[in-house]
Design a protein around this ligand. Sequence first.
Ligand SMILES: *[C@@H]1O[C@H](CO)[C@@H](O)[C@H](O)[C@H]1NC(C)=O
Ligand SMILES: *[C@@H]1O[C@H](CO)[C@@H](O)[C@H](O)[C@H]1NC(C)=O
Length: 217
Amino acid sequence: MVMMVLRGILFQLLVISIMKYAKGQNSDNSSTEIPLLDNQNMPLVALFDTTKLNEVLKIAIQKTVEDTMNEMIPRIKQAVIDDIGYEPGREKERPAFTASLTTTQYFGGNGVVKFDKVWLNMGRAYDHETGLFTAPKMGLYSISTTVMSNHNSYLHCDLWKNNENLVRAFGNDLSTGTLNVVMALKMNDTVYVKHSGGSEKIYGDQRSTFSGYLITE
Ligand SMILES: *[C@@H]1O[C@H](CO)[C@@H](O)[C@H](O)[C@H]1NC(C)=O
Ligand SMILES: *[C@@H]1O[C@H](CO)[C@@H](O)[C@H](O)[C@H]1NC(C)=O
């Protein structure tokens, strides 16, 4: 797919190069007429000098290919990272993620904390829209979270595995609660941070975080 797109782009650039080259050349020594189509599909004729064509074309093609590659490779690489969460060549690395909270969130009652700013997501196992980390394979995982309370108020957050409430973090008046746990997870087990209790706020500004990685399978 990528190669087809690339080939299409290269062909277009080649045509453009020929047309550019053809512009302004109008001699009758070794000149060639090339029929072209304009935007209205009207036939046009380009006249150009062919004496140095090979050399000029070679340089133009080399430059075009180089420019295209230089421009395309970072874009292709980014598309792969966006798609599978891994940089090319690092697919075998362990699942790992880190996310943080950009803006302070208000909770009227219980609610999963959706850490929205994703710093790392190898294997795409963390979903910032739900706040859930889903174990992509069975193994021992290190999971940690730090949550910060708002001015003059309490904050209660728990770490959950599937429907099980595990360990708990607490903060009061701009203080943080931190949890570091090692968990044996099966494939598809979900882990998340959930606020519990009454009306409270969890501090944003990238001060509340959620991270995890596979230690060993
Ligand atoms: C062909 O014509 C061009 C433009 O008039 C001129 O610059 C060039 O030297 C000519 N080439 C030959 C091989 O006569
Ligand atoms: C995990 O979830 C995926 C997608 O829903 C499913 O295809 C797979 O069979 C599940 N694996 C296990 C062991 O539950």
